[in-house]
Design a protein around this ligand. Structure first.
Ligand SMILES: Nc1ncnc2c1ncn2[C@@H]1O[C@H](COP(=O)(O)OP(=O)(O)OP(=O)(O)O)[C@@H](O)[C@H]1O
Length: 373
């Protein structure tokens, strides 16, 4: 096939045809796309990455003109790129949305305080309003205190339940009904895999939805990065020189999620498309209709053998309010309040044990190790 000389005046000299970008055929390829191994230049990478996110937004009709949207901003790579890109695409394609950064301060010293400093800089860099809501003000606990009381094993469960509710409450405070998060394709494939491995069909059914809404809540959540590979998000942040916080959470990810993540990484190394393929499989799974007869509702918090926590399920009623905190909840008592109750009991028990302990710190350590809900 004959090669047509590019019209790009910046065409590099002394570059072999095989080294040229596979899309524009004029600039030198610098990036091997993790998604499809295509060799492309930096500008074409920016263009395809931004276009793919725009296509996801448009084809799923994520936004409406005039809508106020809160970006769940943690200061990490995903949400930083999301905030930057949404602002860019909103201006370029006139979505007509109003973007606000919404950060949750979980109270993890040496981690969240540093990442929040990044979000505060992003606020200035992108000229977007920022709202910060803390676990301390909502629950009177910080994650550091929760881990000291309940151990590190279930920290992700506490943090996940509290963060979901905190994002909802933060959005409600701002009069916003749509929260977007930086969950990416890797996160989604990992969740599908985890639910398959656990046989958790109820969660499996919902795990690939781009837009979700908790029963009883007026606030919807969406994931514009549903099809974006983590490695491409990192490359984009790197080449755009975005200011983000790259330290992992002080508390390790939930044991089983960590294993699923490792498995996903190994699969991706052999077959990069498997991330999208798993999402595609999840999207097309059709589960058998549920049988009318259901197991009696679980009335206690169960700790599974893999270390994860299962919360009791009750009859779902839309528009309900939690009897304790008064916030919208599909259950009579919301999950956050159930977890808080367990924590309060543990705190009381711990202080009794501490008082009567003859071995002081050793006894307290033993108590922490034996705690379960
Ligand atoms: N403290 C927080 N405040 C606001 N939003 C958050 C917070 N933590 C997580 N999120 C939202 O949930 C998404 C997924 O969070 P996760 O903890 O999996 O982090 P992640 O994959 O490392 O993402 P990121 O790189 O944005 O931190 C984030 O991209 C962000 O939109």
């Amino acid at each position: 096939m004959s090669y047509t000389a590019p019209s790009d005046p910046k065409k590099p000299k002394n570059v072999k045809i095989s080294q040229l970008c596979e899309l524009c055929h004029s600039r030198k390829a610098l990036i091997k796309r993790p998604k499809n191994l295509q060799k492309i230049c930096k500008l074409c990478f920016f263009h395809v990455f931004e276009t793919e996110i725009h296509n996801t937004i448009v084809s799923n009709e994520l936004f409406q003109q005039g809508e106020k949207v809160a970006v769940g901003a943690s200061g990490g790579k995903d949400s930083t790129v999301l905030a930057y890109l949404l602002k860019l695409l909103n201006e370029r394609h006139r979505y007509g949305i109003k973007i606000v950064l919404l950060s949750i301060d979980e109270g993890i010293v040496g981690y969240r305080d540093d990442s929040l400093a990044t979000v505060k800089r992003n606020k200035e860099q992108y000229d977007l309003p920022l709202e910060i809501v803390s676990y301390r003000e909502l629950y009177n606990w910080t994650m550091d205190e929760i881990v000291a009381c309940a151990g590190v094993r279930n920290s992700c469960t506490y943090c996940g339940v509290f963060r979901r509710q905190a994002l909802d409450r933060g959005a409600a405070k701002l009069g916003i009904k749509h929260v977007v998060t930086g969950h990416n394709a890797d996160d989604m494939a990992e969740t599908v895999l985890m639910n398959i491995l656990r046989g958790d069909v109820a969660r499996l059914e919902k795990s690939t939805a781009i837009m979700t809404q908790s029963s009883g809540s007026p606030i919807k959540r969406s994931k514009p990065f549903k099809y974006a590979y983590q490695k491409e998000i990192v490359l984009y942040a790197h080449y755009k020189k975005l200011d983000y916080f790259s330290t992992e959470c002080t508390y390790a990810p939930e044991a089983f999620r960590g294993t699923a993540r490792e498995l996903m990484k190994n699969l991706e190394a052999v077959r990069p498309s498997c991330i999208i393929d798993i999402i595609y499989s999840g999207e097309n799974l059709r589960l058998r209709p549920k049988r009318a007869k259901r197991a009696p509702p679980q009335s206690h918090i169960e700790v599974r053998s893999d270390g994860s926590v299962s919360l009791p399920s009750q009859g779902f009623v839309d528009g309900n309010r939690c009897e304790r905190c008064g916030y919208l909840s599909s259950n009579s008592i919301c999950k956050a309040c159930m977890l808080l109750e367990g924590l309060q009991k543990n705190r009381a028990q711990m202080s009794i044990d501490k008082d009567i302990s003859v071995h002081g710190a050793a006894k307290l350590t033993r108590t922490l190790e034996n705690l379960s809900f």
